[in-house]
Design a protein. Structure first.
Length: 201
């Protein structure tokens, strides 16, 4: 933390700019820059190395453009990402491979690009956001996946286990219906997550 210092910078990775939305780098700079108008200018040493810097944040914008972006974190860990469609909002799906195990995260997306399937192929676990119910309207389904889409993607990607997360009020009371719809499409292991829940695979 701030009072104990760090040995390495903290990387903050996210999507490139799109539409009215800034890149991840521009967003972090807008929060911490000392060049006027930022939210926390007194923390500007945290985004540019200074003698007083104990907690350096390094923002990086990722722009896969439909291809899988990869970064070797260590000899046995790889971080991967691909762009997904979240309406007009730039968004990425992520995957972590570690010692033969793989976990993929959909993030917020509507499932229309086909990119999550490429990223999550044969993952041990896919964590998918379930923000809307099957009967959600056009605007909501332009931002988020319907349950049927989640099941179809999990099946096409051949993931070993599917975990639903990121429930919202419009999906919270539809969990039984959502489970039924997904199980029509996806025949693997399936779990509905909760806060602080440990998912084994």
């Amino acid at each position: 933390g701030y009072f104990t210092g760090r040995n390495l910078p903290l990387p903050v990775l996210g999507p490139a700019a799109g539409g009215v939305f800034p890149s991840t780098e521009a967003f972090i700079n807008a929060l911490f820059s000392d060049r006027g108008g930022s939210v926390y200018p007194y923390l500007s040493d945290n985004i540019r190395q200074q003698p007083s810097t104990d907690f350096l944040v390094e923002a990086r914008s990722i722009d896969p453009s439909g291809e899988i972006w990869r970064s070797e974190i260590s000899d046995d860990m790889t971080l991967s990402a691909i762009d997904v469609v979240h309406g007009p909002v730039p968004a990425l799906a992520w995957r972590i491979d570690y010692r033969g195990c793989s976990v993929s995260f959909s993030g917020d997306m509507n499932g229309s690009s086909g990119n999550l399937e490429k990223l999550a192929i044969n993952s041990n676990l896919l964590v998918a956001n379930n923000a809307i119910a099957q009967q959600a309207g056009r605007i909501a389904s332009n931002l988020h996946m319907r349950p049927q889409t989640i099941g179809e993607i999990a099946a096409r990607a051949g993931v070993k286990k599917l975990a639903l997360s990121h429930f919202m009020l419009r999906s919270m009371n539809k969990k039984n219906e959502t489970t039924h719809i997904i199980k029509k499409q996806y025949k693997g292991e399936f779990v509905l997550t909760d806060d602080l829940m440990v998912v084994s695979f």
